[in-house]
Design a protein around this ligand. Structure first.
Ligand SMILES: C[S@@+](CC[C@H](N)C(=O)[O-])C[C@H]1O[C@@H](n2cnc3c(N)ncnc32)[C@H](O)[C@@H]1O
Length: 416
């Protein structure tokens, strides 16, 4: 057997016989050179970055800067979400993301804006300190109709829940608000002569201003409220005295307004007078928490103040409001209209007999045509500089009763 050296020598001589080569040429050197090149190529950073750059570019995130870090997957530059990509993140078929029984689409035929981002929730959630307690033991026989069967509205005499509404039945068999009940709610809200306003002894709004000399309470509107039957009642789930708790059933659409109000909410179907549309949903905050947020966030909040006068001074954690800035439902898109809005908010007690927590439900004040924008009167006092800063906007409601245009004819001089 020839040795490896003999073999290599023989091959080199054959090669030298026919080709012109470096006299120092050797196969062993050739093989060593190949190994050397391989090691150099394998450790050459610029070569490495080019290889990875090609892979990255396929995905559109690549960098050819030569900086090894810049082409690592961990440091891919943050993908800049463009309008089209953002649009695809929002489901334009259903802004509720499946949280409601019905789908609620959104459209923007005015510009490229997408709806603001927020967490869609179909029911209120306590942020932190608000005292909202639902316990079965707290709901006594005075607060629910345990002996009822079937539909409370078919009974000749009002059940315990219906009686608590202080008006007899609030709903018709079709699930609409009874006309006289609705009319009274509208008058009590719109007509200063009929408004019942009470002041609290120790108004949390004044206290939250942290001023040395507190002003007296500006007063809070006493409202009529609805008491719905609930789970401790004996009636059927389809009882006619359960409307708001069934959630949104109407065909609605979030749309970008053409008159400079930003996003709005419209109905896609004709709505009869007294129809439930949706609740105002948000985080339940105490007034103290709201004040802390207002200093930084400016949230659009609604006070749950209809009963603040009722039991004398409440504890801090019982003075509540709803903040729709971060968690809310479609009600966050309902724009303001002075006085003659087509929606009215009515307090509804469902699962707790406590007056400090209740639901705020929107009902139509009149028949509303399909494609009409839905509006409610925020109750802003445009003349009061101390009114909530988030409510300060140049009103474009278009109503002939607009309080922002026709000063000083204000009809709802309430702190809200
Ligand atoms: C609860 S949000 C309603 C939805 C809002 N348009 C949006 O784009 O998200 C309240 C804000 O809408 C605007 N807005 C509501 N009603 C308005 C009106 N009548 N005139 C002008 N702006 C209005 C104001 O900017 C107000 O602060």
């Amino acid at each position: 057997m020839p040795t490896l050296d003999e073999l290599l020598k023989s091959v080199e001589e054959k090669s030298l016989r026919h080709k012109l080569l470096d006299p120092n040429f050797s196969l062993i050197q050739l093989m060593k050179d190949m190994c050397q090149c391989f090691v150099e190529l394998a450790t050459d950073s610029s070569h490495e970055s080019q290889e990875r750059g090609v892979i990255s570019d396929v995905n559109g995130f690549g960098s050819r800067s030569g900086d090894p870090e810049s082409c690592s997957l961990a440091v891919v530059p943050r993908y800049q979400t463009g309008r089209d990509e953002l649009r695809s993140l929002h489901d334009s078929n259903d802004i509720t993301k499946g949280e409601e029984v019905v789908e609620i689409p959104w459209v923007n035929e005015v510009n490229n804006e997408c709806p603001p981002s927020f967490h869609y929730i179909p029911g209120n959630l306590v942020f932190q300190n608000a005292y909202v307690k639902f316990t079965l033991s707290q709901i006594t026989e005075d607060h629910c109709c345990t002996s009822c069967i079937g539909n409370c509205l078919s009974s000749s005499s009002p059940c315990v829940c219906v009686a608590e509404t202080l008006y007899g039945f609030a709903y018709t068999a079709d699930g609409l608000l009874k006309d006289d009940f609705l009319q009274e709610c509208i008058s009590m809200t719109r007509d200063p002569q009929l408004q019942s306003i009470s002041s609290c002894m120790d108004c949390p709004l004044e206290r939250s201003r942290n001023e040395e000399m507190l002003e007296p309470c500006k007063g809070h509107l006493n409202r009529k409220f609805i008491k719905e039957c609930w789970r401790k009642c004996g009636c059927h789930k389809q009882c006619g005295n359960r409307v708001v708790q069934r959630g949104i059933r109407r065909k609605l659409q979030v749309f970008f307004t053409t008159d400079g109000k930003g996003w709005g909410l419209k109905t896609l179907e004709k709505l009869p007078k007294g129809a439930f549309v949706c609740e105002y949903i948000g985080e339940i905050l105490t007034i103290k928490e709201r004040h802390e947020r207002t200093m930084t966030e400016n949230p659009p909040s609604v006070l749950l103040d209809a009963y603040w006068n009722l039991k004398g001074a409440l504890k801090d954690e019982e003075y509540l409001c709803l903040d729709a800035s971060f968690y809310s439902n479609v009600a966050r898109f309902i724009n303001h209209r002075c006085l003659d809005a087509n929606l009215i908010e009515i307090p509804v007690k469902i699962e707790t007999p406590d007056h400090h927590y209740y639901h705020l439900a929107f009902f139509t004040t009149r028949e509303v045509d399909a494609l009409e924008e839905l509006t409610w009167d925020y109750g802003i006092d445009f003349d009061d500089d101390n009114d909530q800063p988030n409510k300060k906007f140049q009103c474009k409601c278009g109503s002939k009763f607009c309080r922002n245009m026709k000063r000083p004819s204000r009809s709802r001089p309430l702190a809200r």
